[in-house]
Design a protein around this ligand. Sequence first.
Ligand SMILES: Cc1cc2nc3c(=O)[nH]c(=O)nc-3n(C[C@H](O)[C@H](O)[C@H](O)COP(=O)(O)O)c2cc1C
Length: 433
Amino acid sequence: MTTAPKQLHLAAHFPGVNSTTVWADPRSRSQIDFSSFEHLARTAERGLFDFFFLAEGLRLREHNGLIHDLDVVGRPESLTVLNALAAVTDRLGLAATVNATFNEPFELARRLATLDHLSAGRAGWNVVTSSDAFTGENFRRGGYLDRAERYTRAAEFVATARELWDSWTPDGTPRTFAHHGEHFSIEGEFTLPRPPQGHPVVIQAGDSPECCEFAASAADVIFTRHGTLEAGRAFYADVKGRLAKYGREPDELKIMPGVGFVLGDTDAEAREKAAEIRLQQVSPQNAMLALEQVWGRDLSSYDPDGPLPETDPVPDSELVQGRVRHGDPLAVATRWRALSREKGFSIRQTVIEATTRQSFIGSPRTVAAELAEFVAAGAADGFVLVPHLTPGGLDDFVDEVVPLLQERGVFRAAYTGSTLRSHLGLAEPVWKG
Ligand SMILES: Cc1cc2nc3c(=O)[nH]c(=O)nc-3n(C[C@H](O)[C@H](O)[C@H](O)COP(=O)(O)O)c2cc1C
């Protein structure tokens, strides 16, 4: 008896504000106009994707005290965008990144429940906690939480939101709720009946041990950076192994790395295109910015085509503000220097090599085969695709790769359900009234 191949899940990341989008490409459009969001969402729905995904940044990035101006800045508020997209799509899941450090459970639970009702069960919430003091200055409470506390607050936040979503009776009668915990002490009546999905899908973006533990206890999906086959398998085994202690089955948490892709008529052509795209994404100025972010000091006297600095990074530097930092600066600098020594790379070449996210590069047939292999090999349950063009970057993938995934029997030929939970194969949560 042959068993059906494991199905893969796909999500579309709106590239938005950063240098992922090749802004100099004449096909690039606004990151703010509704038409851009609509284009990418409609394309994702045409491709039968599980969900559309928006990232969040709550303060404009700064470099050396100035607003970052190498690529575009400024983006609209995510849940508002998703409510608008709910009106022009029918099945596509709609997921927004919303911070748990700077919001309050009652208000955010209400806004997420609203999206779930308006979209008939398609809402997803990517819970992030970034709480650097720089971002915190925009908020009443400031950057007042250390890292461990951010995650205890986030865990209590999600649990409280779920209590609010469950607070009405199954026959639609409002009931009072009361939550008294370490971070929140609230009582009252929630303003909406239970959302169509029970609870909107909870996503967790991150890969620190605190993130993974939180995800294992409370999330439905992890959005991660672990993209290579080996790193992906280790991460997958680690996270899935944490579920049992929370009484959960491995299938109850989907692991979806964020990945890039470049298609060509042949593998060689795609590789050439990919190299060209990376050169455009990592301009000489962007390479220096990435370097200064790690080193935390002004390195303007260095040549992007020359060697890396010999000095060590400044700890806790505030030179670059408002960007997510991945890893301890000294460890990153040591890795980058070793890479540059080993391959004879300049600053720019090192940044390109070290910061390229996992990408699937090749003809549509090669890319479809590799995506399927990742999932079959237990390195992921699916992917959050990050296109390099706003908003048309998914068009070719949907036209050329999706049919090949369907042909291989690893991707749906039609939506079989109408909610995001059903696309992801996740059960409706038990109603804890
Ligand atoms: C793939 C990925 C996407 C992320 N997207 C966002 C985002 O859109 N907004 C945000 O504030 N943080 C985002 N983060 C940051 C995480 O929430 C987290 O703060 C970061 O991974 C650092 O981990 P730590 O907070 O445990 O130190 C993202 C992280 C990863 C790995």
